[in-house]
Ligand binder design. Structure first.
Ligand code: FPP
Length: 225
């Protein structure tokens, strides 16, 4: 049976979920944040899962209308502040990936504060991808290694990335079949699952079913059976 240590999710479909109900798109993000909470709790109860990486804001999401971007920033700050107790209760360590220097000072402060306050938790790592893009991550890693001596090894490169662990299972909700600049290096041998469910409707039961299917897949990593 396959081991599942690292799950990564592209949480797509918030806007459509809201529009289908005649609501503003941002209501979908609000509903989506509640699902983040539920899925994190579910993963924290599974002792095999070490890391859950969630795509919360991409380097391309700045192109959205200003009001939607502002709403997402506020939602993120509110979420992190209100989740601190749950992180601690569930022994979850919060770890951001991405270039958060583009965020407001207040949001950066909150992100760092939650990271520090949960640093001792040794259960699940919930990693939120914030102003994250894999191409940007790779470029920052290359620039960080510019003065390294000798040839750069795969291990050195991996360690220079924000996210240093390979993805086992990558899920995208919302019906589209693309990676959208998410964990391009780390997902080299990830199993990919695409769900038509819009993120606010995604449940722990659906995740449990995907995990069950994942465990039966034959993973060969380029080798033979
Ligand atoms: C994609 O849906 C989702 C996002 C761009 C943001 C993801 C944000 C959340 C799940 C909520 C906030 C998260 C936290 C951690 C507080 P979309 O807007 O592209 O949906 P669409 O494809 O239907 O338009």
């Amino acid at each position: 049976m396959n081991e599942i240590k690292h799950i990564a999710i592209i949480m797509d479909g918030n806007g459509r979920w809201a529009e289908l109900q005649g609501k503003k798109r941002v209501k979908g993000h609000e509903a989506g944040a509640k699902v983040v909470k539920k899925i994190t709790k579910f993963c924290s109860r599974d002792k095999d899962i070490e890391r859950l990486t969630l795509y919360a804001f991409s380097t391309e999401n700045w192109k959205r209308p200003r009001l939607e971007v502002e709403f997402l920033m506020k939602l993120l700050e509110k979420y992190l502040r209100s989740e601190l107790q749950d992180y601690l209760n569930n022994n979850v360590r919060f770890e951001p990936i991405g270039d958060i220097r583009a965020f407001s000072n207040s949001l950066q402060k909150t992100i760092k504060e939650i990271e520090i306050k949960t640093a001792h938790c040794d259960g699940l790592v919930q990693s939120l991808a914030l102003n994250y893009g894999a191409q940007d991550e790779i470029l920052r890693a290359v620039n960080g290694l510019k003065n390294a001596e000798g040839d750069i090894t795969q291990e050195m490169f991996s360690n220079a990335l924000d996210c240093k662990s390979d993805v086992d299972l990558l899920i995208r909700t919302g019906g589209d079949h693309r990676l959208s600049n998410f964990l391009l290096w780390q997902a080299a041998y990830a199993e990919l699952f695409f769900s038509d469910t819009l993120w606010p409707d995604f449940t722990s039961d659906e995740l449990a079913k995907i995990i069950k299917d994942f465990t039966t897949i034959e993973r060969r990593f380029g080798g033979l059976k």
